[in-house]
Design a protein around this ligand. Structure first.
Ligand code: 13P
Length: 249
């Protein structure tokens, strides 16, 4: 199980440090992976606070080149050096607001793996695509392109997050059975592309309007292995979510 908080573009540095100090205390000893993905500029300070704790550091994005003339970008090596373990790649906001393509996402995933970190690969359909019955088609296409050129060893290092775009930041959460059927589909596609053993090992997280009152029903589904949380990762709700997972393992 993994609980990952995607802070997006929120908090000041002081607020971030205060909150992370609290999380380190309140989440101490929880026996599953907890990942905090703050904005880049807070990573260094937060890395210091997390030293010796059971919480892991994640980033929200990165570029796919090692270094060079790429104004405004951050390389995987820079993140690795700070102690980042996970990097969110292909979030729907990156795809839709910043125009990231499946090809760029594939390159970023490879760059993250080559630097010894784990990509959290985000996929998911829009409301319009769901209404047209294209959910599985979109998810399959995004996943196939994201994983293009990855071998079995690479697959052992990845995390997938199914985040239906219509559920992100809308307060409309996917019903547990709706999420489960897509997660099962993703698992089966991984089996088809690799093998059953590898597919079983890949954590598939759900993301989109997770709150303490809808989390349990999602987390008990057989193919849901944790959550990627936006809004509810910014305050004490995150602690509630961690307690829910803790009660399940
Ligand atoms: P919300 O939890 O705010 O809906 O955001 C989900 C998300 O995008 C996590 O990456």
């Amino acid at each position: 199980m993994i609980l990952a908080g995607n802070w997006k573009m929120n908090k000041t540095n002081e607020q971030a440090k205060f909150f992370v100090n609290k999380l380190v205390q309140d989440l101490a000893g929880m026996g599953f992976q907890i990942v905090l993905c703050p904005p880049f500029v807070f990573l260094s300070d937060i890395a210091e606070i997390l030293k010796g704790s059971n919480l892991h550091l994640g980033a929200q994005n990165c570029y796919y080149e090692k270094s060079g003339a790429f104004t405004g970008e951050i390389s995987p090596l820079m993140l690795k050096e700070l102690g980042v373990k996970y990097v969110i790649i292909g979030h729907s906001e990156r795809r839709h607001i910043f125009g990231e393509t499946d090809e760029m996402i594939n390159k970023k995933i490879k760059a993250v793996l080559n630097s010894g970190m784990k990509p959290i690969i985000c996929i998911g359909e829009t409301k319009e695509e769901r209404e047209k019955g294209l959910t599985f088609c979109v998810v399959e296409s995004q996943l196939r392109q994201a994983l293009f050129g990855l071998n079995r060893d690479d697959i052992d290092q990845i995390v997938i997050a199914y985040e239906p775009v219509w559920a992100i930041g809308t307060g409309i959460v996917a019903k547990p059975n709706q999420a489960q059927e897509v997660h099962k589909f993703i698992r089966e596609l991984l089996e088809q592309l690799y093998d059953q053993e590898s597919a079983q090992k890949v954590p598939i997280l759900y993301g989109g309007s997770i709150k303490p009152d809808n989390f349990f029903g999602l987390m008990v589904q057989p193919d849901i292995d944790g959550g990627l949380v936006g809004g509810a990762s910014l305050d004490d709700q995150f602690i509630e979510l961690a307690k829910i997972i803790s009660g399940l393992i």
